[in-house]
Ligand binder design. Sequence first.
Ligand SMILES: [Zn+2]
Length: 424
Amino acid sequence: MSQQDKQAPMLVVRNARVVTCDGPPEAAPKDRLAIIDGGMVAIGEDGRVSYVGPEIKSLAAAAANVVDAESGAVLPGLVDPHTHLVFAGSRVDEFARRMAGEDYQTIAKEGGGIAATVRATRAASDEALYCLAARRARVMRRCGVTTLEVKSGYGLRPASEAASLRAARRIGEEGHCRVTTSFLGAHAIPPERRGDRAGYVDEVVGAQLDAVVAEGLADAIDVYIDEGAFTLAEGRRVLEAGKARGLAVRAHAGQFADLGAAELVAELGGLSADHLEELSDEGAAAMAAAGVVGVLLPGAWRTLRQAAPDVGRLRRAGVRLAVGTDLNPGTSPTTNLPLCAALAVRDAGLTLEEAVLGVTVDAAAAAGFEGVGRIAEGCWGDLAIYAHDDPRALAYGIGDVRPLKVVLGGRVVHEEPRDGVAVW
Ligand SMILES: [Zn+2]
């Protein structure tokens, strides 16, 4: 298609160092960034990228809005592939006690821990739950994030799991961010069901799954397979039930103990296995063979003072790696995805280029979200426009790397004054 055939763009970003993240998947990370110097991105009325490449003057002249990037880096809007965004209540007090040396089990026995969040989440109105989550999503967007994976898992009964996922869907519908949802009824056994594990798993694959599937509230099913959580056999039952209802598959795998969850996700053709502090060579090989993305969650390993996953093992096996915030009130209270990328570099040995890919194109693969995480014709017109020109600065700065402008579907949805962002 020649440029004359193109409709007048809604937005053109010119004078840009366009970091497309659209290089060949098999190329070295540096080449996968596929940078276009002196580049331009045009976004059409449909909110999708209609052109990316060297500058075309006539395209800028025809555009309704033009942004001069002043040679700054223009990245795809960032993708957070793992959040527990929807919850109510605070666990600051519990965190203070844990950091002072108190045992988590003692706190949990007194009704703290995840049970406290479940209580607060169940008690919150639908509107309150939505408002809290939407506010978090808007704060994340200031860090350049335009697509979120959002899990349930603090309702743990049919109506409350459905309410959490409804709040997540509404964030997408009201245009704060793009959202993909995962049903995580098998996050924990709720207090009132202790001593009835089998009965609770029956409910997860029965009434809970029915409730979320009936309304189309979930895109994927997730399960927490670990010591102190669900067994591999229970996890298999949950994931197979979700898959049979047409949901994509992912799992919390190997955060404390390697129970074989990574192999299970691979066997079921899942999208991602997340955490991976504990993982065998066999698990890594199975993930690579099945194209399962490994999602690193530094906020959690930092809060729990654990050793980071073995990125060398994952890299040698050929596993694609992404980074998520794991935003949750217990083990990772952060909205800052670039901070997590910076920690994944420092703690786990991700290269800077891998970190950039891990919050863009590889995070999109983990999230199972098409048309985000890279800048290419036909993809969504979601961009993060920076004052610096080196994309690696995203994971170099420790947590205060913010874009000047964030574009969602061709609309500028967040803007900072030029002297309001640090330059690296
Ligand atoms: Zn999680």
